[in-house]
Structure formats: C-alpha cells, structure tokens
Design a protein around this ligand. Structure first.
Ligand code: T4K
Length: 356
C-alpha cells in the first residue's frame, strides 16, 4: 500500500543536532524573550544571506504587519493577487487597503508595467511577492517607488537563499520579510523575519515585536508579541547547517520533473533565472482548468496530493474589492504545485509524471 504523498514535507536536521541546542535551553531555562539562541540565529542568518541585519519574529504574517506598522503606513498598498492570503491579511490587519495589480504571464509576479496606473493620492506603499522565489522586477519597482515617494515591502516568504544581481533578495525594498514556516525551504516550525538596512527602522521593529519595550524594558512604542521562541531558534540553528544541501537536493528533483514533463505541451513552468531561484515549490501551469481537475483527481486516486497554490486569485475573494485582472485569474485557475520535498523518492517523481 503506497503512503500518501503530500505537496511538501518539512526539511529537518537530524534529531540529535536539534537536541544539542535543546540541551542548552534545558540548562539555561531561557525559553523566549529574545534569548541567546534567537540572537545567534539572527547573526547566522545575516551571515548566510549576506545582509547587515535579520530580525527574527514569530511568523511571516506578523513580519509583514510589523513592517507596515513600523513605517506608520496608512492608506492603499499595491500588491499582487497571486499569493497566499497572508499577504493581503497583513495589509488589512494594519487597517490599510490592498489594491491588486495584475501579474506577468510568465513570472507570475506583479506586472511592474501596470503598477503606476494603480497609484492614487492614497497610495503609500508597494508590497510585491517573489512568488515561488522568482524575483520581482526589483529595479523597476524601486524606480516607481522613488518617483512617487512610496515605500516598498517585499513579501519574500518563499525566497530564502535567492540572490538578485549578486545581492541577497532580502536586501531589496525598505523592508523584506520572510517566513520560516514548517513548509518552507528553511524552517523554524513557525517563524519568520524582517530584513532592513535602515538601523532606526530595525530598532523600531525590534521594539514592536516585544510589546514596545526598549532595552531597559520601558514601553516606548506601540508593540505586540511577535517574538520567536528559543525552541524555534534552536530548530533554525540546526536546520540552517543543512540549507545548502536541501536546496541542491530540491533543484535536482525540480530538474528531474522538468525533464520528465518536457514533452507535455499542455504544461508550462514558471519563468526564472536558474541561478536566482530556490526550488522550494514545483508550480506548473496547465493549459485549462479542466486539465487541473482531471490531474488532481487522477493523482488523488493514487493518494498523491498536489495543491492549487494560489487559487483563487485574491481579487476574487469576497472580503476584498472586486477588480478585473485577467492574467491573475487565468494563472490562478490553471496552476498546481506538484509534490516537492527532500525525502520524495525519484521513483515517486517518475510515477507522478507518468500519471500526468
Ligand atoms: N506570504 C506568502 C507568499 C506565503 O506563502 C505565506 C505562507 C506567508 C506570507 C505567511 O507566512 P506564515 O505566517 O505562514 O509564516 C501553508 C503554510 O501554512 C503557509 O506558511 C504558506 N505560506 C502557505 C503557502 O502554505 P497550507 O494551508 O498549505 O498548509 P497545510 O497544513 O495544508 O500543509 C501543506 C502540506 O504540508 C500538507 O499537506 C502536509 C505538509 N505539512 C504541513 C505542516 C503544517 C507537513 O508535512 N508538516 C506540517 O507541519 O499553508
């Protein structure tokens, strides 16, 4: 009897390596409140990514909320509809209004050429997503932001390890945020981070994640509880050591899928530069929604469960204002993410491609 195959599985360091860090927690009794393991993880991620600063937080959603709040943004925020709901949630939870702009048909990221037409006198920021880790047009987006005096926050939830023009993708925008959720390439169980080169802004985000306390524990800002625990940081320290290996393994599996599906004229892969991608997801675009349904049904019969990331396009969800965004609508209806994770056996990739 075949075991179910899900869209992903967490990449985890050997348990013994995690235990070594847990041992330190057991000895010190420090579980949270920006403890030594979290501080060490921040330094190690900064070194790994090649950025000046990393601010670890409880998850990728509150990382975006903190970025919006720390810059006092109030008004409309231009974003993509082809993303996980958390991107828009974080905007509305900060009492701002998401304004969805259509996506590029090949990269599936926000179409930078359509951003200016959506700018109004209420626009305060642009919040693009590097979807499935393919970089947005960061140069063009910054030019638009500079021209109109807007802030840029990148939702880089999928994009750990990616470099653009030789620089970490996390170093773009006023703030970049990421997620270290269990399903991400690099995980701390739940977790996330903000990245910014603006020291004053970084200090404010640090205060805000910890109830607004300053270093002497006086409340000096409007904060919340967005701290990363020491247990999460311990897992992060253990997992970080394996990240290069994890990424290499995913890339090999991705390339095997590409090779096996190359002759299926009804399937298109995302467009990206192979060196500027982390291979954390395996999204494929089918020619029709009908074929997505047929494929999901056929695979489900074999207990294989791809996911429709990201369907529906967010502009079609009732809680948001309706918009006409034909490219996002079309891509969202025809997308499916196939299983991709480190323990996925080559024979199962061959079986999945055979069924497709
Ligand atoms: N921005 C973007 C662009 C995002 O994609 C996300 C999150 C965020 C922001 C927000 O970041 P966080 O606040 O979450 O840090 C998952 C994740 O919950 C979510 O983090 C992620 N994006 C989103 C794309 O996917 P689901 O609804 O797919 O989760 P679930 O439970 O159905 O898991 C999918 C598969 O993964 C399961 O079939 C089995 C496997 N799995 C899952 C979990 C939770 C495991 O093997 N172990 C596990 O512990 O949302």
């Amino acid at each position: 009897m075949n075991k179910p195959i899900y869209v992903t599985q967490p990449s985890l360091a050997p348990l013994a390596e995690f235990n070594e860090y847990l041992q330190q927690i057991w000895e010190s009794g420090i579980m949270t409140h920006n403890g030594p393991l979290m501080q060490r993880l921040e330094k190690e991620i900064s070194a790994y990514e090649g950025v000046s600063d990393t601010i670890c937080v409880a998850n990728g959603t509150c990382a975006m909320q903190l970025a919006i709040r720390a810059m006092d943004l109030q008004g409309e925020i231009i974003t993509t509809p082809f993303t996980f709901i958390a991107t828009a949630n974080s905007i509305t939870w900060e009492r701002c209004t998401p304004v969805f702009v259509d996506i590029d048909p090949d990269t599936w990221n926000i179409d930078a050429g359509k951003i200016e037409a959506a700018i109004t006198d209420k626009t305060v920021a642009i919040l693009p997503v590097h979807v499935f880790s393919a970089p947005c047009d960061v140069v063009r987006i910054q030019e638009i932001a500079d021209k109109h005096g807007l802030k840029v926050i990148y939702d880089a939830a999928h994009a750990m390890c990616v470099k653009v023009n030789g620089k970490s993708i996390m170093s773009y925008g006023d703030v970049s945020t990421t997620s270290f959720h269990a399903t991400k390439l690099f995980n701390t169980c739940e977790g996330g981070a903000c990245f910014t080169e603006n020291e004053a802004l970084a200090a404010r985000i640090r205060r805000m994640r910890f109830f607004g306390f300053d270093e002497s524990k006086e409340v000096v800002d409007d904060g919340m509880n967005a701290k990363m625990t020491e247990v999460s940081a311990a897992l992060g320290l253990a997992n970080l050591k394996h990240l290069d290996k994890v990424r290499k393994n995913r890339r090999e599996k991705y390339e095997l899928y590409q090779q096996l599906l190359a002759d299926r004229e009804y399937i298109t892969f995302q467009k990206f530069d192979p060196e500027e991608y982390n291979y954390s997801y395996l999204p494929v675009l089918f020619d029709t929604e009908e074929r997505v349904f047929q494929t999901l049904e056929k695979l489900a019969a074999e207990k294989i469960y791809p996911r429709r990331y990201f369907y529906p396009s967010l502009h079609n969800i009732d809680i948001f204002e309706k918009a006409t965004l034909p490219v996002a609508e079309s891509v969202a209806s025809r997308i499916a993410c196939l299983p991709l994770y480190n323990e996925l056996a080559e024979e199962n990739i061959r079986r999945i491609c055979g069924l497709i």
